[in-house]
Write a protein that binds this ligand. Structure first.
Ligand code: FCB
Length: 436
């Protein structure tokens, strides 16, 4: 159970967050930079994906990073999460590309010059093509390759990084790439998925040690995708067991394999709620189906909108007794009023978790700008800022302003809570009519 309550200022109209709370947005290199030609994902897109589902120029952030950081700054963000691309830095095995490294120094320096707290991810789903050709994360030697990459890049960038994420969502990576086989290298084997998770846990531990050795004051963690879970019939053993297994393998296995001593904080990406119900028509074991999404509000990805779930996972992960950052949370929608409501509703739940004693230190919304959503291409719109992919023009959505106001207040001012009522539109909340 949570302990360690943080000081939260009170008044009767605002849900204040703790002082020094980090507010920002998250992105990943392949999803925004463009032309990531030496990566396994690029190769997969050319061979397996239709043209509209190839990343191409993406958001051209490789060239437009200064403009995007300026937007985030003007929207009051005080922190930013981004990733670097291993395939650019080490395009050939053992050969590091100095101009690519210098580029990332410039990118991170641009963030620091604007006063951001920087959270940097070292691995966010993509690999150099040469590594994939050698068997990628199922090859035990990957631990050595990742360690070599970490030892090279950390001293170059450490001056500009406050929080390190070694690996993004090892659980999702192993599941999508080696269990479901929907992402490269499209393997379908539960044993390989476990092996990959095992190798990622080893690589994380090595990286944790190296980063601490090279920069002793740094703070290092990983970002795991965690789902809130429930079941419908309290006497159903099969439903309860399904929740237990999903929780143990999906939510906690990576943290159990690595152990508390290899995490200075927990990074939690929250998108999913699952509610299991016995279903005898379900042919694959166990005979249960996730019925929550068939009942409720879902995003354009088909993911259920369930703000209470973020409270549940925070209460659960408080048991690790480590500071927590929400390293991703967001909604794919073309209806920005929904995004505004989403932000307020999820942040309200985070506020309640903090009040209940969970040490949440920051929130990174996914995402700053619309971007390339992996196998789904460009259609899902996750951005606080809209991208016109024809012109690369950036346009602020109302949700970016709602978030800016929350950050300025360091809390959720009462009039924003009204917005949770479904008839209220973003414009009314942002620019209330003065009456009388
Ligand atoms: C997460 C990924 C991120 C993005 C969001 C929508 O699982 O870490 O790259 O695709 O989902």
């Amino acid at each position: 159970m949570p302990g360690n309550p943080q000081k939260v200022k009170h008044d009767h109209t605002t849900l204040f967050f703790p002082e020094g709370f980090l507010w920002g947005a998250a992105t990943s290199a392949h999803q925004v930079e463009g032309n990531n030609v030496n990566s396994d994902w690029w190769d997969f897109e050319q061979k397996n994906q239709p043209p509209e589902k190839r990343s191409g120029l993406a958001c051209d952030q490789y060239n437009r990073y200064a403009e995007d950081f300026e937007l985030a700054k003007n929207l009051n963000h005080n922190a930013h999460r981004l990733s670097i691309e291993w395939a650019r830095i080490e395009p050939k095995e053992g050969e590091f590309d100095q101009p690519a490294i210098d580029h990332y120094v410039q990118v991170l320096k641009a963030l620091k010059d604007k006063g951001f707290t920087v959270m940097l991810t070292l691995h966010h789903f993509t690999n150099p093509k040469w590594l994939a050709d050698k068997g990628g994360w199922k090859n035990g030697k990957v631990v050595f390759y990742f360690e070599r990459f970490v030892k090279k890049i950390v001293p170059e960038l450490q001056e500009y990084v406050d929080l390190w994420i070694t690996i993004n969502e090892p659980n999702v990576y192993a599941y999508n790439c080696y269990f479901l086989g929907v992402w490269p290298p499209q393997k379908k084997s539960k044993w390989l998925a476990l092996k990959v998770l095992w190798n990622m846990a080893k690589a994380h531990k090595k990286a944790y040690n190296w980063i601490h050795k090279l920069t002793p004051t740094s703070r290092v963690g990983a970002a795991c995708n965690v789902a809130s879970l429930g079941f419908y019939h309290k006497h159903s053993i099969i439903e309860a067991l399904t929740v237990w297994a999903t929780d143990s393998f999906g939510n906690h296995l990576f943290y159990k394999l690595t152990g508390n001593k290899y995490h200075d904080f927990l990074g939690l990406n929250y998108y999913f709620n699952q509610n299991f119900s016995y279903d005898k028509k379900h042919t694959v074991f166990p005979p249960v189906a996730d019925i929550s999404i068939s009942k409720k509000d879902v995003s354009d990805m088909g993911w259920e909108i369930y703000p209470e779930g973020i409270f549940d996972v925070l209460m659960d992960f408080a048991d690790y007794k480590l500071p927590i950052y929400i390293t991703e949370n967001g909604i794919a929608t073309t209806n920005d009023d929904r995004r505004c409501r989403f932000l307020i509703a999820y942040l309200k739940e985070i506020y309640h978790a903090i009040e209940a004693g969970v040490e949440v230190k920051g929130y990174f919304h996914w995402s700053l700008i619309d971007n390339f959503e992996w196998a789904n291409g460009f259609e899902p719109r996750f951005g606080l800022v809209e991208i016109d992919y024809q012109t690369q023009k950036r346009t602020l959505r109302p949700s970016s302003k709602v978030y800016a106001e929350i950050i300025k207040t360091n809390g959720i001012y009462h009039h924003l809570l009204r917005f949770l009522g479904h008839t209220v539109q973003a414009e009314e909340v942002l620019y209330p009519k003065v009456t009388g």
